[in-house]
Design a protein. Structure first.
Length: 327
């Protein structure tokens, strides 16, 4: 009887020590992101990190570094690949020059509504997973930005009105649009966009209501043409070796929280699209429906770009577009 009591006490002690040991063995991951802390993508990342910490019983702590504070937007992918960061958020379209399929969701009018954009995501996902796996990474989830429109200082009726304007690009495709309409492209990532407007480096760009609001674009530019041209995606990617080093329960916690962030992110993106547009209006932005001419001009730009993209992307690109069209 006495012996049993002692062994029970021993077990309790060992369990307590195990508990302490597992707290000491907490794994820490850094998650570099390129957009501000109050952006909906970043808020989603923070919630994801909280969910992981809770579901893993504190075994994995993920710190979100917003606003390109740890790595600049174009550096995040390589940082995750090299293991300097275990997980990170990238704008897929930024990496189109490396592999054309990263830029499929940055093409004007291929998928220009939430419904189509989600279909494109479904079609794109197996291709992305395979490519990232070859690079030692895992795609956790991806969420679309709201539809892209044209911020411009003066009213425009056609693409010809954009000739010569200093145009901010955030990706190879947004630079190509500038070339096709005769604007002057300058690549500026979101973290430097407010400053680029304040110093007059740029006077026009295409993006969402979300980024227009985040960067206080209304202080410099008064028109936004709601072209709804495409919905580029942010993707959250993990270093495969870092993921493989987690225990089974923690892996499960990451995958579950990632799937939740995926579903939540798409919902929030769509819900906030209208809110951002209202906030822009409230701050003096004119939200304009594009003229038939401007629409036709931009559609033509999109047709040229899809043709160019298909040429560069080859059979893989065609397979993606075919898969998308079947959905
Ligand atoms: N905002 C990001 C990418 C797309 C978007 O809506 C940006 O302008 O940098």
């Amino acid at each position: 009887m006495k012996r049993r009591l002692i062994s029970k006490a021993l077990i309790t002690t060992v369990l307590a020590m195990g508990g302490i040991a597992s707290v000491q063995a907490q794994t820490k991951w850094d998650l570099p992101a390129a957009y501000p802390a109050n952006n909906f993508h970043t808020e989603n990342l923070v919630q994801f990190a909280n969910d992981v910490e809770k579901a893993s019983g504190g075994k994995l702590k993920i710190t979100v570094h917003a606003n390109a504070s740890l790595f600049k937007a174009p550096e995040i992918k390589r940082a995750v690949q090299g293991g300097q960061a275990q997980i990170g958020e990238i704008l897929l379209a930024n990496f189109q020059n490396e592999w054309q399929l990263f830029g499929a969701d940055g093409l004007p009018f291929l998928a220009d509504s939430y419904e189509e954009s989600f279909k494109l995501y479904k079609a794109q996902r197996p291709f992305l997973e395979k490519k990232l796996a070859e690079q030692g990474m895992i795609l956790l989830y991806a969420v679309a930005w709201p539809p892209q429109g044209i911020y411009v200082k003066k009213p425009i009726n056609s693409a010809a009105d954009l000739k010569g304007v200093k145009w901010r690009a955030y990706s190879p495709s947004t630079a190509r649009i500038a070339e096709l309409v005769g604007a002057q492209p300058v690549t500026v990532q979101a973290a430097e966009l407010s400053q680029a407007m304040a110093t007059g480096v740029i006077e026009s760009y295409m993006s969402s209501g979300s980024t227009g609001y985040d960067t206080k674009t209304y202080e410099h530019i008064k028109y936004w043409y709601d072209t709804q041209a495409w919905l580029p995606k942010n993707a959250v990617i993990m270093n495969k070796a870092a993921f493989d080093a987690l225990d089974a329960g923690t892996k499960q916690a990451v995958l579950k929280a990632g799937a939740d962030a995926d579903a939540r992110g798409w919902k929030v993106s769509q819900a906030k699209n209208g809110e951002y547009i209202d906030l822009l209006k409230k701050n003096g932005m004119n939200i304009v429906t594009p003229s038939a001419q401007l629409k036709a001009d931009m559609k033509k730009v999109g047709d040229v770009m899809l043709k160019e993209w298909l040429e560069k992307a080859g059979p893989e690109g065609k397979a993606l577009v075919d898969a998308y069209n079947k959905l």
